[in-house]
Write a protein that binds this ligand. Structure first.
Ligand code: GAF
Length: 421
């Protein structure tokens, strides 16, 4: 009987585990042999916190994001169309009455300590994101004291789902609650963006932290990056869904190329202003003005400006198409966006072009494009749910043959933004 109980208990536990797990869950991230489901993450943060610091933490969560359309437009005060996803970063935090902060990262299995009155964030370490956010709070005049923190997450690595924005936003959400700062979502997003500029060296726009902070279940955010306000667009896709295909590459020049693209846009604005004195950014120009713009800008700059100007138009068209449930038109706009990002803005790469091309040729996909900053990461595909398995089969072997590595597939659920749990 004893042997029966010892074997039965774990077996039924395993069975329950699978029953409780979301069916067909593509987010099976292995972590110590365990899949990192949200309820496990929260429990892991809690128990790790107790082990390390012997107190109960306050826990905050912030999600990663996808972007339906509107790439490299946010830093030109244009339009973007992101949504928060179900993966994210969890942060447990508690005051410690000590002259220093103690941090522990579940993902890196590493501790870090720093004096909260005198710290200097250094590039390239996960603890920089904590210090970077604190630096923003300090500059804004907020008073804080020593705390302990445990950080862990389940965002697929290198997929371009904005794990760094989720990290900063989760840190901001946790600290705001712990010290009762009552920071608005927009302030958290702005501090996260500034911290990324100052300590990660990427001159990114507001889109990623904004989406992480403001995300809403089954809803995309049509965000105007000039006024930092959004309209909610309900995502009722019927028999379709968004599937990400991760190229599993990140080219090493990605960050510097991102900053160069931003600088090219700013240079174009400078050259165009004498002819169009009313413009502040490229967002203020229309597709109908492109011929004139071409006469003014030197050859290498024009296609970049053309991308930003035309992409802003596509975002507005695509959001209307979604509202009117015109999914084929929406898919067509995704395809145009990819072509523009690849040929004009030059932020794609052979792997992403290959994945997009395969998607264009596949009948169950209405549209696809590279997503995010570029040079690696994922394509986003609007695909018929019933075609997903066939699509994987149509793509994976040829991709692997050509590039020597397998792509991975991530089905996203559009989810709520940052919150204290
Ligand atoms: C990255 C940046 F962080 C965003 O601000 C945005 O510019 C995006 O690339 C491209 O659209 O995710």
């Amino acid at each position: 009987m004893d042997w029966f109980l010892t074997i039965q208990f774990p077996l039924s536990w395993i069975r329950l585990w699978f029953l409780e797990s979301p069916p067909n869950d593509p987010f099976k991230l292995e972590f110590l042999g365990v899949q990192r489901y949200p309820y496990l993450m929260e429990a892991q943060i809690r128990s790790s916190f107790k082990n390390h610091f012997e107190t109960e933490p306050l826990i905050a969560f912030a999600p990663g994001r996808i972007n339906l359309i509107g790439e490299h437009t946010d830093y030109q005060e244009g339009f973007v169309f992101p949504a928060a996803v179900q993966f994210g970063i969890w942060v447990g935090v508690q005051k410690n009455q000590l002259p220093y902060c103690r941090l522990f990262s579940l993902d890196f299995e590493e501790s870090a300590t720093f004096d909260w009155k005198a710290f200097s964030p250094k590039k390239g370490h996960w603890s920089t994101y904590v210090m970077g956010f604190l630096a923003q709070l300090h500059q804004a005049g907020y008073k804080f004291e020593g705390f302990d923190m445990v950080i862990g997450g389940n965002i697929p690595v290198g997929a371009g789902l904005s794990s760094s924005a989720a990290l900063s936003v989760s840190i901001g959400t946790a600290l705001s609650a712990l010290f009762e700062f009552n920071l608005s979502k927009l302030s958290i997003a702005r501090y996260a963006q500034k911290s990324e500029h100052q300590y990660a060296g990427v001159n990114c726009g507001i889109m990623d932290p904004y989406a992480s902070a403001f995300g809403k279940e089954n809803t995309a955010l049509l965000l105007d990056c000039r006024v930092n306000q959004h309209e909610e667009v309900s995502l009722d896709l019927g028999e379709y869904c968004f599937l990400l295909v991760n190229s599993n590459v990140k080219h090493s020049l990605a960050d510097s190329a991102y900053n160069q693209r931003r600088a090219a846009c700013e240079e174009s604005v400078m050259l165009l202003t004498p002819y169009f004195p009313e413009i502040i950014t490229l967002r203020d120009l229309k597709v109908s003005q492109l011929e004139e713009v071409q006469q003014i800008l030197p050859e290498p700059l024009f296609p970049k400006a053309k991308h930003v100007i035309s992409e802003c138009g596509r975002v507005l068209e695509a959001s209307s198409a979604l509202r009117e449930n015109r999914l084929e038109l929406f898919g067509e706009l995704l395809k145009k966006s990819h072509q523009s990002l690849s040929q004009d803005f030059e932020v794609s790469c052979p792997e992403l072009d290959f994945l997009a091309q395969k998607a264009f040729e596949f009948s169950g996909v209405l549209g696809a494009r590279m997503m995010g900053g570029g040079f690696g990461g994922c394509t986003i595909n609007l695909i018929k749910k019933g075609s997903i398995e066939a699509f994987k089969y149509a793509i994976a072997p040829s991709y692997e043959k050509k590039f020597g590595k397998a792509p991975s597939f991530i089905q996203v659920e559009i989810s709520e933004g940052a919150r204290v749990i």
